[in-house]
Structures are given as C-alpha cells and as structure tokens.
Design a binder for this molecule. Structure first.
Ligand code: NOJ
Length: 722
C-alpha cells in the first residue's frame, strides 16, 4: 500500500479504532475473550469488539492458530487491517539453541547469525510477524535472573551479537514471508536494577548510560530493528515507558528512530504502581506523550486514549502518528496483501527440529560451553567400560532455559541419550544423588551416588540450577549451587577423582567451593535441544571446548557489581591479589578479582600468544591502526581460540576503565599452526564521554593488549594525537 493509501485509511478510522491499533492482548484472551476490558459505562466488551478492535496479539501457538486469529479478526474488522502477531522467540522456536548468555561465550557473531537464521525460518513458518528479540541489556549482576537473556556483561559483545541477530532475522525485505521483524529490548539499562532484583529501580550516571547501556540498543536499531520495547524499570527516577528524555530526546530525536515503540507487559498500567501516574488515564497520557505507540496487554490505551483526545489533553496528531507507525509496519510486512505472512502448517512439519537445525543447535551448544577447569582428566578415553552419571541433572530433560517454548523438553536429547549414542558399548549407571531446588535439604541419595561413583571408571556429575530459577522474575540473593549439590560433589569426587562436573545453569554461579575440589568443570549453561549430544562429544573430545566467559564468575556474591571494565581508583590494590593491602581498594576476606574472569575459557589444546605489533606509533583523528597478534596452537589437537583485543587509556579528563574490550576474532588452529590475527583499531573506538557529556578523544598514550580480562598477556602502546 502506498503512504497515501495508508493515510486515507487512517483518516477513515474512528478514534476507538485508532486506539485499537495501539493495544495488544495474548492469543488465549483473544480467542476466549477473557480479557477484562471494561467499557466506559462499566460494561465488559463483547467478543466481537475485542476481535474487531485489537491491533496485535502476542504469544500464540502455531501456524494454525496464527491463521485462525487473523481470520477471526479480519472477519470482524470493518477496516480490514490485519493483526500483528508477536512472539518471544529468544533462542529458537522448536529447535532450541543455547541461551543468549551462552551464545555470548561463543564470541562468534557468525554463529549467532546462523542460529538466528534457523529461528527465523521456524518462526516465519509458525506465523510470527515480530519477535521480541534481541534482548541486549548489558547485565553485570548475576543475581538478576534475566542475565541469561543477554549475551554478555560487555557492551561491545551485546552490540555486535544483537546486530547480527537483527540482520539474520529481518533479512532485506520484510514483506518476504520468510522474514520476521525484530523488537529490541529492554530500553534502557534494565540490567542495572539495584541489588540484582528484577523490575527494580535503576540509577546510573549519564556517562554510564551512554558508554555501557545505550550502545547495544543503538547498534540493533542501526542494524534495522523495526521495534523497540521500553524497560519495566524507572531510569533515574522516571519509568522508561514514560521517560521522555529516553524516548523522545534520545530515541526519536537524537537517533532518529521511526519504528514502533511497544510497552512491556502491562508497563503502561504499572505507571500507577510506580507512583508516576495517578490512574490508568494518567498513565495512558504519560506513555503516549513519551512516544510509546503500543500498550502491551493492558487496556489503558483502549479505554482512555479516545477520551484524552476528545477532552483535548492528548492531541489527535500524536495518536495518528503512533497509528501510522503501526500501519506502516503492517504494510512493510506485506500483511495487507498476505495477512498470514509465512504461517504454513506444512513448512512447520518440515523444518521444526529437522536434522539441519539440530546440527546447528548441537554445534552451537558445543561452541558455547566453557571449560573452566581441567586437571588433565578430560577428554575421557573412549575405551571406558563403566560410566557413572550422577546428579540432579543426570536425566533431566529441561535443559533449554527460560523462553524455550512450552513442551521443549520433549525434544531434548538427554545426557544418557547423548552418551549412549556416542558409546553404545559402555555400561552407564545413573544416580540422582540429590535435588537442585532452593532449600532442598534431602541428602538421602548421596550414599548411593557415592557407591556408583566408586564402582565406575569415570564419573560425570551433572549439577546446576533448575530451569525455573533464572529468567524473568527469578532473582537470587545467593548464587551457590542450590540444595545439597556441593556436598554431593565433594562426596562423589572423594570416592572417584576421575570426575568431571557438567554445569547447567542460566547465570554465572558462585562455584568457589566446587572449584577447589572438582578435577574438571565444564559450564554447559542451558544448551537446548541437543544438550546430551553436545555434552557427550565435548566430554569425549569429539568436540574441543572453545567458549570464553561472556560474564565473569564471582568468588562470592559480595563482589557484585563486578564489571570486568571497572574504573581505576586512587588506591588500587597492588599485586598479588590473594592478600589484603591496608588502605587500598580491596576486601579483607577475599581477592578482588573474580574466580574466573570475563573472556576466560580453556581448551583441550594450548595456545601461545607470541607477538603483538602495531602498524604505527601514533594515531590521529579519524585514523585507523592495525594491531597484529600472533597466536600459536602449542598442543596436539586442533582448537579454536578467541583472540581478544583490549585497550587502556591510562590518563584522561575523566577516570577510564582499567581494561576495555575493543574487538575479538575466533580462529581455528591446527596443532603447531600459528596465525597472525589482524585487528583494525579506529580512533573513534577510543572516544569517551567527558565531564560535560560530550564524546571526546584525548591525546596521550593508549595501551593495547591481547589476552583475557585481568590476564593481559601482551601489551604495546601508541600515542593518540588528536
Ligand atoms: C515481559 C518481558 O519482560 C518481555 O521481555 C517480553 O518480551 C514480554 N513480557 C512479552 O512476553
């Protein structure tokens, strides 16, 4: 449809119909008409009304339902404006790939794109028009259960991976029924909630906001994301959905965003509980004035926008502008011509969980697992006869993580299935040992687990955090393994030191006690559909671990917040980190550094960082220099290494971080092989926000290093002359 036709359509709509385009309910409510919309005179709206007015629907089942919803709506809507169908496809639809935090550990934008492409195909066939993805909230507090939804504690990683996901999901032409629009979320700084509690208030400085939190949303919009979702939290005193500075000034004016803003679930209504609005009417006004186009779920907009316009509180132009943005999106998706978009029951059957998709999911699970410790016991030998598989996750099917689709566990390859597929001859005994629930004190199964361990040649201990303990609304104050798992681990390892621990969890846990005794630790996160196959291949060396931590693992929850790119202080703690130094910035009872830092991860081979060279000694405004890092595989098997480039600006008009990731490249090296990895470092990557909130670059020394956080192996300097 042309812009003129869309405009004519808008002009023909009543105020109520316009408000209808700006509200959303979920499919269950839509079909059953159970949404409690109370009309202006206290009456409940009849079913036909709901079908007629609603502009979009979220959370539906499949292609069949997608078509039914569209049919119901189009039959009732006199304007014949198709519904927008939205779904949270976060790490796969039917074929589940690893959680985003794990994908961050892959340090591989290409892998993110490959997984997103597979999710796109499955989503399109399901009838999804918009996915509420990517979530790029930089998160540096593992107490926050939603840390699993982000790629990293690191803004650059979030920016690159978010952008890669957007490009792979949206393609070049949204009217192509195979493509799906992206809604980037949660704008802004949702990951900085005080004390790691979900939905909690956020107070960050302008510099922190601009340097740490905003870049990833901006990168996703630059990659073309058509929608954005304001976060639940209040940011510096004003809830995001009503935050004019965030939405009007930064998003619309400064960044020029012309797409659709959709509130989070009931966030407009929650302006009342925030104490930011007196009632739903006031909430509608505030959100509308801040530029929020769609009110997800709540009926604030539907009930109050017409009234607000009629009484002159909200201008009709403002409502029209919001409706036009929604209509344009529907038009761009080609919905006026093809309201089903890609919904196709036959395609669903063909591609859901097809071998190619399973293969991608398996590879992703292998490439994102992080080997934290290995005292030479992994990989196991394939001629093993007796294996004990112990722990609450030994036979678990729920290894997919939050946002996996209901029923996803039915398709999960479990650990026993994966091990049997790889080693059909070996005897495999499983014991649960104990539970993994918070507060579970039952240790009656530990004795049997110890016996099984003692009788086996090798032991796999599958520990972690139940799937429901991370995700939305699932913050924890303690980050150790729940239940009696640490006791189980100690007893099993004492009975058989040939034990490797596999960890399944959605957040960086505190593993300090476990790491002291476990001979090998392999962090699997929630690997998804192919969990068992990936784990078996990693344990027996068919796959070589290459993941690097996308967020550091604390020694104690008391170390949070613990960003790897912390600011330098006036009293830095001198080396070594293992003892306190009076009157320096340190703890009396533990080191400052995390147990495992950002960017850390082992392999079954070893790598030597041989040389770092700079193409020039000075760098001017707008210029680029090349940094070459020579890395050699010094072990006896092929392996992938993520070469990470860090900088430090030792003197600035404002205090700068002690290390900042600027680039990364993942390379494959054969045994003995060396490669020169070339990075192009641009002057603009060294800019920062000064005292006055201006982005500047200051002359002086810049140090360039390769290695991982807190372990920079090679360093050279150059002079910035701007
Ligand atoms: C609430 C969550 O915060 C958001 O991430 C999600 O997209 C919406 N619900 C819709 O399910």
């Amino acid at each position: 449809m042309t812009e003129e036709k869309l405009k004519a359509l808008l002009d023909s709509m009543t105020l109520e119909e316009k408000a209808g385009q700006l509200v959303q309910c979920n499919a269950g409510q839509f079909i059953a008409n159970t949404l409690e919309i109370t009309g202006p005179d206290g009456e409940t709206l009849p079913a036909e009304d709901l079908c007629r007015v609603m502009g979009s629907v979220l959370t539906f089942e499949d292609a069949k339902q997608a078509k039914a919803l569209q049919d119901m709506h189009l039959a009732a809507d006199p304007n014949k404006i198709p519904l927008l169908l939205m779904l949270d496809v976060i790490h796969g639809l039917r074929t589940t790939y690893p959680i985003p935090l794990a994908m961050g550990c892959g340090f591989d934008d290409g892998l993110v794109a490959e997984c997103a492409d597979m999710a796109r195909k499955e989503s399109a066939a399901c009838g999804v028009h918009v996915t509420f993805n990517p979530m790029v909230d930089t998160a540096r507090d593992a107490r926050w259960g939603r840390i699993l939804e982000t790629n990293s504690e690191e803004p650059l990683l979030n920016s690159r991976m978010g952008a890669a996901l957007v490009r792979a999901t949206q393609g070049n032409d949204l009217s192509d029924p195979g493509n799906v629009a992206c809604c980037v979320k949660h704008y802004a700084a949702y990951g900085a909630g005080e004390a790691g509690r979900d939905y909690n208030t956020v107070d960050v400085s302008e510099r922190m906001l601009r340097e740490t939190y905003l870049p990833a949303y901006k990168a996703c919009l630059d990659a073309g994301a058509r929608l954005i979702m304001p976060a639940f939290n209040a940011l510096n005193g004003v809830p995001c959905v009503a935050n004019k500075r965030l939405m009007n000034d930064i998003l619309r004016k400064e960044w020029g965003f012309e797409g659709v803003v959709i509130s989070d679930y009931n966030a407009v209504g929650e302006l009342v509980s925030h104490g930011a609005a007196a009632d739903l009417k006031d909430a509608s006004r505030l959100a509308m004035e801040a530029g929020c186009d769609i009110d997800m779920v709540m009926n604030a907009y539907y009930l109050h926008l017409p009234e607000l316009v009629r009484e002159g509180t909200v201008s009709e132009e403002m409502v029209d502008a919001a409706v036009m943005r929604v209509l344009r999106l529907k038009n761009e998706l080609g919905l006026f011509e093809n309201p089903y978009h890609g919904a196709d029951e036959e395609a669903e059957k063909k591609i859901y969980l097809c071998p190619e998709h399973r293969e991608i999911a398996r590879r992703a699970a292998e490439e994102t697992a992080v080997l934290l410790k290995n005292e030479g016991i992994l990989p196991f030998r394939k001629d093993v006869k007796r294996i004990a598989l112990i722990g609450p996750f030994a036979e678990e099917t729920r290894l997919n993580g939050f946002w996996s689709r209901p029923g996803a566990e039915k398709y999960t390859v479990t650990l026993p299935e994966g091990i049997r597929a790889l080693l059909p001859e070996a005897e495999l005994r499983t014991e649960k040992g104990c539970g993994a629930e918070i507060g579970d004190t039952d240790d009656s199964g530990i004795a049997a687990a110890v016996r099984a361990a003692a009788e086996a040649e090798v032991v796999i201990l599958a520990l972690g955090e139940p799937e429901n303990d991370s995700g939305e609304g699932r913050s924890r104050a303690e980050l150790t393994l729940p239940g009696r798992q640490t006791e189980l681990a100690k007893a099993v390892i004492a009975a058989n030191p040939n034990t490797a621990v596999l960890l399944f969890n959605g957040r960086p846990l505190v593993l300090t006690e476990l790491a002291e005794t476990a001979p090998a630790l392999l962090e699997m996160w929630y690997p998804g559909t192919e969990a068992g196959n990936a784990a078996a291949r990693l344990l027996w060396g068919d796959a070589n671990p290459c993941g690097k931590l996308s967020a550091g693992l604390a020694r104690s929850v008391g170390q949070y917040p613990m960003p790897y790119n912390r600011m330098s202080t006036g009293r830095p703690k001198p080396e070594p980190d293992n003892q306190p130094f009076p009157f320096t910035s340190c703890y009396l009872d533990m080191p400052n550094l995390p147990l495992y830092s950002f960017g850390y991860g082992l392999s079954y081979t070893t790598f030597a960082y041989e040389k770092l060279t700079l193409s020039r000694k000075t760098l001017g405004r707008g210029e680029t220099l090349e940094v070459t890092v020579r890395v050699r595989n010094t072990g006896d098997r092929a392996g992938k290494e993520t070469v990470q480039l860090y900088t430090r600006d030792p003197v600035g008009s404002v205090v700068r971080p002690v290390q900042e990731l600027k680039d990364y490249q993942k390379i494959l090296l054969a045994p003995g092989e060396a490669k020169d990895v070339v990075f192009r470092l641009r002057e603009e990557q060294l800019r920062f926000y000064d005292m006055d909130g201006k982005q500047v670059c200051e002359s002086g020394e810049i140090r360039v290093s390769a290695g991982w956080a807190d372990h920079l192996l090679l360093t050279e300097s150059f002079t910035l002359q701007v």
